[in-house]
Design a protein around this ligand. Structure first.
Ligand code: C2E
Ligand code: MG
Ligand code: MG
Length: 453
């Protein structure tokens, strides 16, 4: 009887431990896999890659690669998450077939693929990038229903130099990915840049409340009368911690973290307030244009806020500059909403200007869809026109196009008399550039105005 009891107890213990093991295995499986694709995930990769490199003493021969699907958010919004799932599965299967990719893993929520790349499978970096380009080429089209959609990728690579941990190399590959067009190797500058950018982000809110952002003004001229007829408000940051900063150093970060909408409101409010003050004290006023980020177009409270500003200060003499990229809407729904916002702003009495026109991809149908008042031709066109007859013809026709649509045409970046002369001969209305004046602090612009109006 005792023996029987002993066996039953043994059996029970064995069963229990088997169940626990199964349970643990299930848990581990959940931890290791991406829940949408069922493939291995990022944290599995991090662990397995470290283990693999140690076991094979292979640190120096490998690199970490991260592949991203470009415009993932737009793809998801337009076609749903399944497109990403399908793409990641395909990429993973393609990688499994190569000789040079080890341990591929995915992350559906960000649309990323990770793997270890055997550097010694290639004679040169060129050969390596060719192989990666081929990989992207194999997956660049996907069928969704009766549609065939083109997919673009970007790739960040970080070689595993001695002493570098897999976790750090993954962070580095991610930094490289953000600069990739479409393939980029990590370098130390990226780390410095990333640290500076995080610094900026940690200081932004405090800087706004301490009023460290200044409004500078750059004059705009009438090309026919050579008088100052307006100005553009441009931000400068006098940072207590970082010194004097130009927009190029912080605006891109504010665009990506959304803080730009607060900064834009600050700038616009300041400009409208100053204008009201000058009006009541009888000082000369010229119309001022203020840059507005594309993010406002999708922001919930934007119109309500603009309405309040308008009611309080009046919208006369205020022009809103929207860069060409503000019209790159992403999805049809976003396009429709942005068009609605622009119509409403125009109804309120704000003048609308398309900034940097001609600098990039322009959907010309927006010229019909939006009540734009001002065409602001990008400086790059002026530069390209130097001694180039065909480009001059383009510039002249652009000015005609603006006029045919009832817009005022202004050209940016005029630095020389010859440029001014050429633009005037094409009938361009206004000009802005160092020839007339660089951006200057408010007090300086105030005296400038007294002399040049
Ligand atoms: P933008 O709106 O196209 O402004 C014109 C830029 O060209 C300004 O650079 C100006 O200083 C520069 N510029 C003007 N004339 C000349 C010239 O003759 N030669 C050359 N080489 N450059 C000239 P800045 O002030 O550095 O601003 C850069 C960009 O930052 C602006 O380009 C605008 O897109 C953005 N930005 C500036 N302030 C704000 C703001 O308050 N809000 C938003 N959302 N963006 C802003
Ligand atoms: Mg502008
Ligand atoms: Mg511009």
């Amino acid at each position: 009887g005792l023996l029987l009891l002993f066996f039953v107890l043994l059996l029970l213990t064995w069963r229990q431990s088997r169940m626990r093991r199964n349970h643990l295995e299930q848990m581990q499986h959940i931890i290791d896999t991406d829940r949408y694709t069922g493939l291995y995930n990022r944290s599995w990769f991090k662990y397995e890659a470290s283990k693999y490199l140690k076991e094979h003493e292979a640190q120096g021969r490998f690199a970490i690669v991260e592949i991203g699907i470009s415009r993932r958010d737009i793809l998801v919004e337009t076609y749903g998450q399944d497109v990403i799932v399908e793409l990641l599965r395909r990429m993973e299967a393609t990688l499994q077939k190569t000789e040079w990719a080890k341990l591929p893993a995915v992350h559906t929520s960000t649309g990323r693929v990770f793997f270890l790349l055997r550097m010694d499978a290639f004679d040169s970096r060129t050969q390596l990038t060719t192989a990666l380009a081929h990989l992207m080429h194999l997956n660049e089209y996907i069928s969704i229903g009766h549609l065939v959609v083109h997919i673009a990728f970007h790739i960040g690579i970080c070689p595993l130099t001695p002493g570098l941990s897999v976790a750090d190399a993954m962070n580095h590959a991610n930094l490289a990915l953000h600069e990739a067009n479409p393939i980029c190797f990590y370098n130390a500058e990226m780390q410095q840049k990333a640290e500076f950018q995080s610094r900026i982000e940690s200081l932004q809110q405090g800087a706004l409340s301490r009023k460290e952002f200044d409004v500078w003004y750059q004059p705009k001229y009438d090309l026919a009368t050579r008088k100052c007829i307006g100005a553009e408000a441009l931000v400068r940051w006098r940072s207590r911690e970082l010194g004097f900063l130009m927009p190029g150093q912080f605006i891109p970060r504010f665009e990506s973290n959304g803080f730009i909408t607060q900064l834009d409101f600050y700038m616009l409010t300041h400009v409208m307030e100053t204008m009201k003050e000058r009006r009541t004290t009888g000082l000369p006023i010229v119309p001022v244009s203020v840059n507005q980020s594309r993010l406002h177009m999708q922001e919930k409270n934007y119109l309500a806020y603009m309405q309040r500003l308008k009611t309080y200060y009046g919208a006369e003499n205020i022009e809103l500059e929207l860069t060409e990229t503000a019209f790159d809407f992403g999805t049809p729904k976003m396009r429709q909403h942005a068009l609605h916002v622009m119509h409403e702003l125009h109804e309120m009495g704000f003048r609308l200007s398309i900034d940097d026109f001609g600098s990039g991809y322009s959907d010309l149908t927006i010229l019909n869809a939006i009540p734009l008042d001002v065409m602001k031709i990008d400086r790059s066109l002026l530069i390209a026109s130097r001694g180039a007859k065909r480009m001059q013809a383009v510039l002249a026709r652009m000015i005609d196009l603006g006029h045919a649509l009832g817009m005022t045409v202004i050209c940016e970046g005029i630095e020389e008399h010859e440029q001014e002369e050429m633009l005037r001969s094409y009938g361009c209305d206004h000009g802005q550039g160092y020839l007339y004046g660089k951006p200057m602090p408010e007090a300086e612009f105030s005296s400038f105005l007294e002399q040049h109006i």
